[in-house]
Design a protein around this ligand. Structure first.
Ligand code: MTE
Ligand code: MO
Length: 383
């Protein structure tokens, strides 16, 4: 593969893999704002970043199980109503490094910052599909098990040099309330190359792997995409499955991500001056579920305090309220008294009352995905 044309990147990013480029911001930068600036937004690539320099020649095609294939140019996409959706993208591999400490896992190592929150702007996928004669989801439409496959223009070794591709169910793709976008802007600026210039899919509430960057084509297919990243990756296996007995076909591709919560104001092992300490971080759940509560313990889980949660300043955050961003994370903070060495823990409860697993061992899986175990910080009281 040719990595000679990679885009410039911010020097503060922590690089987990150079080729392909995988990097995340330091914890403190991640929670310094509700919206993550593109420079500090994690970058997860499976091959060289493609170069699309002539927007006038760029188009996507829609084909498969439809009457007439359709070619759409950037101007066709821009002509559709423009939506702004604030959505958190999280890689399924977020917090993988911590899971690999239980037992080795396969995959790029990530600390806690393979996640970011941005305003994505573009056309709704439902409107794009309508141009190809596919109706919006209504109570009378029946789509069976059909899927909508997104194919990229990049080249990945996992696909033997072919493009990255995955799919989502047609009933999600055609549901206006699912807010699936073909986005051309991130935080009000044109998408940059690392994040999918000129056009990417954003599937809110779902693991990052389904939000295909550098979109090339859309296929309406009878069942799930048969691509590597749908069938041989990003599936959650029980702790008993290893590389000798794995049968990929027994599990479904992961879609929604589970409830997650991370302390970002401290490293996993920290020395602090005894006294008042502000603990802050992020919490998020998949499927559009809000964050009902964030609990913080400074005595290893014997007693808990509730942290305050917020999205935009001045607007109180209420889970699942019409004024809250349903696809976005919340930031939390709580000030605690720490007098001696201890374990600090944070855990969240989502609006469906889902809770996080206590121990990473219980959810260990060979690909190291979905580490949503209670986030634990060891603190040494020092001076
Ligand atoms: N799309 C393409 N074309 N190629 C990729 O390698 N990586 C996926 C997804 N879309 C990927 C892709 C994964 S695993 C994640 S987590 C997100 O993009 C990361 O998006 P970001 O780099 O904009 O943060
Ligand atoms: Mo990912």
């Amino acid at each position: 593969s040719d990595y000679s044309g990679e885009p410039p990147r911010h020097p503060s990013l922590r690089v987990n893999s150079k080729e392909p480029f995988n990097a995340e911001p330091p914890r403190s930068l991640l929670i310094s704002s509700y919206l993550t600036p593109a420079d500090f937004f994690y970058k997860r690539n499976h091959g060289p970043v493609p170069i699309v320099d002539n927007i006038k020649r760029y188009s996507i095609s829609i084909s498969g199980l439809i009457e007439k294939p359709k070619q759409l140019w950037m101007k066709d996409i821009r002509m559709l109503p423009k939506y702004n959706v604030t959505a958190t993208l999280q890689c399924a591999g977020n917090r993988r490094t911590a899971m690999s400490k239980t037992k080795v896992v396969k995959g790029v190592g990530w600390d806690v910052s393979a996640i970011g929150n941005a305003v994505w702007s573009g056309a709704k996928l439902v409107d794009v599909l309508e141009l190809a004669g596919i109706p919006k989801l209504t109570s009378i439409t029946q789509f069976g098990g059909k899927h909508v496959e997104f194919v990229s223009i990049d080249k990945c070794k996992e696909e033997n040099g072919g493009p990255y591709k995955v799919s989502i169910p047609l009933n999600q793709a055609t549901n206006p309330d699912a807010d699936v976008l073909l986005a051309y802007e991130m935080n009000g600026e044109p998408l940059n190359r690392d994040h999918g210039h000129p056009l990417r899919v954003v599937v809110p509430g779902v693991i990052g792997a389904r939000s295909v960057k550098w979109l090339d084509s859309i296929n309406i297919i009878a069942e799930e995409s048969q691509g590597f990243f749908m069938q041989k990756d990003y599936k959650m296996f029980p702790p008993s499955v290893n590389w000798e007995n794995i049968d990929w076909s027994t599990r479904r591709p992961q879609m929604d991500f589970p409830v997650q919560c991370v302390i970002c104001s401290l490293e996993d092992v920290s020395t602090i001056k005894p006294g008042k300490v502000k603990i802050s971080g992020y919490a998020v759940s998949g499927g559009g579920r809000g964050i009902e509560r964030v609990d913080v313990s400074v005595d290893g889980g014997r007693t808990w305090m509730e942290a305050s949660r917020f999205q935009k300043s001045g607007i109180p955050y209420i889970a699942d309220d019409a004024n809250s961003d349903k696809w976005a994370w919340v930031l939390f903070e709580v000030t605690v008294d720490i007098l001696h060495s201890t374990e600090i823990i944070a855990k969240a409860v989502d609006s469906s009352a889902n809770v996080q697993p206590q121990k990473v061992e219980d959810i260990w899986n060979l690909r190291g995905i979905l580490n949503t175990s209670w986030h634990r910080i060891q603190v040494q009281a020092g001076h």
